[in-house]
Design a protein around this ligand. Structure first.
Ligand SMILES: [Zn+2]
Length: 292
């Protein structure tokens, strides 16, 4: 069975034929192609492949019932993605939040072992999570049960999130917002989050202090998720994490005890790397949308 796997993040669109694993992916930069061209690109790829189904992992929030997405990091525009791709291609589309897809890949292909209580957290442009409790993947009324990037971690925080809110985890430590946060905190202009971590590695005291504070915030965020869902395993992924995994693991280990009330879980990097949501999208299509 060949399906089409799609990962629509905040920066990249990844599209790949899939049969148990991705079979060579095409990658598009969203700032170059524009969000409005995404349904056509996916539908064309599906038709060319004669795909039996299309699985889409997308940045949220979204509506599973009505098939739209409206991600703050993609301009807060409502796009009826599932409906448009189905209408253009005539192929059945199964869509989930990208972190639910990442979680699915983690459960079926990756790092969860036989655990029934698993959290997948991504640190990328934004921050998000997928959660399985007692063997059940949690979705919520619209499919947005895990928008943990918008947990308020600073009640008096004055940094505005992509969603418009103040003091959100993602506003403080999401890859996109870190640049603005760093400018306000340290008075230094950088291009992206990578530059901040690189400055810290080079010994810049402002970058060291800033990334250290971010790790404390990340530890508080992860602890809040652990206190809510009581997982055995927390798997970390996303480009910002994957590029700086030693700093993350060390920093989170150092501070998480200050915020945990539950017994600590195993915290580990995703072995699937950046492909976890894409793999999850393919699995979602193969399973015809039926989740554990
Ligand atoms: Zn927010």
């Amino acid at each position: 069975m060949t399906v089409l796997a799609v990962d629509l993040g905040a920066t990249w669109l990844r599209v790949s034929p899939f049969s148990g694993a991705p079979l060579g992916k095409s990658v598009y930069r969203l700032s170059e192609i524009g969000l409005e061209s995404v349904p056509e690109i996916i539908a064309s790829a599906g038709k060319e492949l004669k795909a039996e189904a299309i699985g889409i992992a997308t940045a949220g929030p979204l509506s599973l019932k009505d098939g739209w997405i409206r991600p703050p990091n993609l301009g807060n525009v409502k796009l009826y993605l599932r409906n448009e791709v189905e209408a253009l291609s005539g192929i059945r589309v199964y869509m989930q939040n990208d972190c639910v897809a990442g979680l699915l890949a983690t459960i079926l292909k990756g790092d969860a072992g036989s655990s029934k209580n698993v959290v997948y957290i991504t640190f990328s442009t934004g921050i998000g999570a997928g959660v399985m409790v007692d063997g059940h993947v949690i979705l919520g009324k619209d499919g947005n049960a895990h928008e943990v990037g918008h947990l308020v971690l600073s009640y008096s925080g004055d940094i505005r999130c992509g969603c418009g809110g103040l003091g959100h985890w993602e506003a403080l430590c999401g890859g996109k917002n870190m640049v603005e946060h760093f400018r306000l905190k340290a008075g230094v202009n950088v291009h992206d989050a990578r530059d901040i971590f690189e400055l810290a590695r080079l010994g810049d005291p402002r970058a060291i202090a800033f990334t250290e504070e971010c790790m404390r915030i990340n530890a508080a965020g992860i602890a809040s998720v652990v206190n809510s869902y009581d997982p055995e395993v927390v798997v970390l992924s996303g480009s910002v994490f994957l590029g700086n995994r030693e700093q993350f693991i060390n920093g989170i280990s150092k501070y998480i005890g200050d915020y945990l009330i539950n017994r600590p879980p195993v915290i580990k990097p995703s072995s699937l790397g950046d492909d976890a949501p894409l793999i999850g999208a393919g699995l979602l299509a193969e399973l015809k949308g039926v989740l554990p």
